[in-house]
Design a protein around this ligand. Structure first.
Ligand code: SIN
Ligand code: FE
Length: 321
């Protein structure tokens, strides 16, 4: 049987069926939060007239259950929790600065760097081929190699850092002023272990419900945080709200347990991508994964009105940058 990314897609109850034109549109988008694509090779021709950019920008996950990123035997032999330094969650690599962080033993650095460089090249090519609207617009690439079991995260840090809870991604110390976060993931587990995720409801519905819980933005305290180097630059009103949503989601135990959500199973050899600042997601179990991040300006998007920045501006009735 060919592996699939979909674990369970329960049908919506009648109370969740659309009542207005707008919610009909949302319902349609999220009857299936994931799109499966059959590619088996990283080199392929761009599909004609594809709506994949629209689907990703609406918050769907694009999943490639047969697009394997192969590790050499030497690379596989490196995999183990001890590959990463004792105080770090992941190994990270910044291609533009050619800087790698977190490899415990310096003698492994060159091999890990080569692996992460290759992952960057493959994922960049994938995004630019599949979603040609983004060609030449992907910014600040950083990627990571995650070697710990997800269960090891639990209890080690605060609820705010607990990615087993559904959340949208927001960087607490690094404001991104509305830029989008595209992430491309790959399960490299050599023992057949799935990476299990949950994904949640459309961003706009979530934001509508949670916005009233977020405390008002203070330009003064954001300036102070930047002056004190708590943040790398001044947090904009947008950064305040997206971080507020991240926190409000994680703090809401009822939403975590009972909010609309789907389970996704990513087998080893599966690639998947999403706008992680928009698609609620939670990592439930698994070990060994590659992750590539790109930022994208809202103005570069095909449907910028679907971006968290524009959605939050619409809902609050004000400019947020
Ligand atoms: C996350 O982005 O929240 C975690 C994803 C993962 O490690 O599977
Ligand atoms: Fe996340």
């Amino acid at each position: 049987m060919v592996a699939s990314c979909i674990a369970n897609l329960p049908s919506l109850s009648s109370s969740e069926l659309p009542t207005s034109h707008r919610s009909a549109h949302e319902y349609h988008n999220f009857a299936r939060p994931i799109v499966e694509l059959p590619y088996t090779d990283w080199q392929f021709a761009a599909p004609d007239n594809s709506d994949l950019t629209d689907r990703l920008e609406r918050g769907q996950v694009l999943c490639f259950p047969q697009l394997a990123f192969t590790l050499s035997e030497q690379e596989q032999a490196l995999l183990g929790p001890e590959l990463v330094g004792p105080k770090r969650k992941n190994i990270s690599f910044n291609i533009d600065r050619d800087r790698i962080n977190g490899v415990a033993d310096p003698t492994n650095e060159a091999a890990v760097r080569a692996l992460l460089k290759r992952y960057y090249q493959h994922t960049r090519n994938l995004v630019e081929t599949l979603l040609p609207e983004n060609r030449g617009k992907l910014l600040e690439p950083v990627n990571s190699l995650r070697v710990h079991e997800i269960s090891q995260w639990q209890g080690k840090s605060s609820w705010r850092k607990d990615d087993i809870r559904l959340h949208v991604d927001a960087f607490p110390s690094r404001p991104i002023h509305g830029q989008r976060i595209i992430r491309v993931f790959h399960n490299i587990n050599p023992h057949g272990t799935l990476r299990v995720w949950r994904v949640g409801e459309p961003f706009e519905r979530l934001a509508e419900r949670l916005l009233p819980r977020i405390k008002p933005y203070s330009s003064l305290s954001s300036s102070l945080q930047a002056a004190l180097k708590i943040t790398k630059s001044k947090r904009s009103h947008y950064d305040h709200l997206i971080l507020g949503l991240h926190d409000a989601m994680k703090a809401d135990t009822d939403y975590q347990a009972n909010g609309q959500q789907w389970q996704l199973d990513f087998h080893p050899g599966t690639t998947w991508m999403a706008f992680s600042d928009q698609t609620p997601h939670a990592a439930m179990s698994g070990q060994y994964m590659l992750e590539q991040t790109f930022l994208l300006d809202v103005a570069s998007q095909k449907n910028s009105e679907l971006s968290p920045l524009r959605v939050l501006e619409r809902l609050t009735g004000r400019a947020l940058l």
